[in-house]
Design a protein around this ligand. Structure first.
Ligand code: GLA
Length: 391
């Protein structure tokens, strides 16, 4: 396995001895609660058993020398602690650099540079948060190697801040949180307004999680994402003319129905409706799962997809085809798009006995509709970002 030889590759690349340490941050999949995080609602994601590995050691000077096996052709990228500004030429390395700058901006003393080798097995740009995974693995390794003592929630916030301000994607806190605080065999219910969270054991009886990558790249994702944020912000502002609320996540269905006329633009109203209903749906879904009602949970996943398709309009032909193909298969308990949308992945709960027929039939049906070949991952839920000792 690739991971097994990472230390060896590290030593060869940086001509180093044996002082390196190994770190890992997972990718994430969101089960329900989509486009609710920046609306002050709840999300219910989990950390995956695929992610980003980083092997690292301190240097004696102030240089960072970083390389990624996923971008071998780019080679080693070098920058100094004395200039951590964004540099287009540094390509993917701006992600770790943005996080290192967060430490520096907080006045956390990093006195030495580092050599870092990255390797990730999360499909890139598929909406499983490869970028947040790189951010968190970097935060944890910098924190450990410089003995900074920053706690995980703080590193989650710093990583989100780097993504928002340094990279320029105005994402909410879900991805970094799930990756930082994910727990084996559990999903995490997070209130994105207060950051209160609870783990919920992911007991799916005789079923598993299957992720389908539509292999439609999320090209418009960033601009459309920011557009949805502004639509919701406008709706909130109009509701606030009468209601004392901090976010759309504060509203019940009844309150929304009573006051929705305040939102003058019809599109904004639909977006707000999704944000309110999806938040309530998430709370209900988690409750059903607790009661052992996996079928009920799956039904709400399906409803979540419909809402993202018709009210939030972030699905598109590929995600809709994959979800429709999945719904038709026996043994599928629930299926929906996951992540920001506009391409990327779906997540389904599929009974174990039906997984192979599901992969075969849903794959074929999707391919016939779109001319794209999907990739499937039967995933397990793992722990959050951490140092690892077994590689
Ligand atoms: C992206 C963002 C998250 C969240 C989802 C949609 O993954 O990074 O913060 O908003 O989209 O639920």
């Amino acid at each position: 396995m690739m991971e097994k030889s990472l230390r060896k590759i590290f030593r060869e690349t940086f001509e180093s001895q044996n002082n390196e340490r190994a770190f890992y941050a997972p990718g994430r999949v969101n089960l329900i609660g989509e486009h609710t995080d920046y609306n002050g609602g709840h999300v219910f994601p989990c950390a995956l058993n695929i992610g980003t590995y980083a092997i690292a050691e301190n240097r004696q000077d102030r240089l960072f020398r970083v390389t990624s096996l996923n971008f071998k052709e780019i080679g080693i990228i070098e920058f100094s602690l004395d200039d951590l500004s964004y540099n287009k030429e540094h390509d993917w390395a701006n992600y770790p650099k943005g996080v290192i700058k967060e430490f520096a901006d907080k006045g956390i003393a990093i006195n030495q540079g580092m050599n870092i080798l990255y390797y990730g097995n999360i499909p890139n740009g598929a909406g499983l948060s490869s970028s947040a995974s790189i951010e968190l693995v970097t935060a944890v390794l910098v924190n450990e190697l410089s003995r900074a003592g920053v706690d995980m929630i703080e590193m989650v916030k710093m990583s989100q801040h780097a993504e928002n301000e340094y990279i320029g994607v105005k994402s909410g806190i879900m991805d970094q949180f799930a990756i930082g605080l994910g727990k084996d065999e559990s999903a995490v219910l997070l209130n994105c307004q207060t950051l209160e969270y609870h783990y919920s054991p992911l007991e799916l009886d005789d079923a598993v999680l299957v992720i389908a990558n539509t292999n439609k790249r999320r090209t418009l994702a960033d601009s459309k994402y920011n557009e949805r944020r502004s639509e919701c912000d406008r709706a909130l502002l109009q509701l606030q003319s009468v209601l004392e609320i901090q976010s759309l996540g504060d509203l019940s269905k009844e309150e929304f129905l009573k006051h929705q006329h305040l939102i003058t633009n019809e599109t904004d109203r639909k977006r707000a409706k999704h944000a309110v209903y999806e938040n309530l749906r998430t709370l209900k879904a988690v409750q059903l799962l607790k009661e052992g009602n996996v079928a009920g949970f799956g039904q709400l996943m399906n409803e979540s997809h419909e809402s993202l398709r018709y009210d939030y309009e972030v699905t598109g032909k590929e995600l809709d085809s994959m979800v429709e193909a999945s719904w038709k298969e026996p043994g599928v308990i629930g299926s929906r798009m996951t992540g920001a949308g506009f391409g990327g992945c779906t997540v389904s709960i599929v009974k174990k006995d039906y997984v192979s027929s599901f992969l075969e039939n849903a794959g074929k049906a999707y391919e016939a509709e779109t001319n794209l070949t999907p990739d499937f991952y039967v995933v397990e839920v793992g722990n959050g970002a951490r140092e690892i000792f077994d590689i």
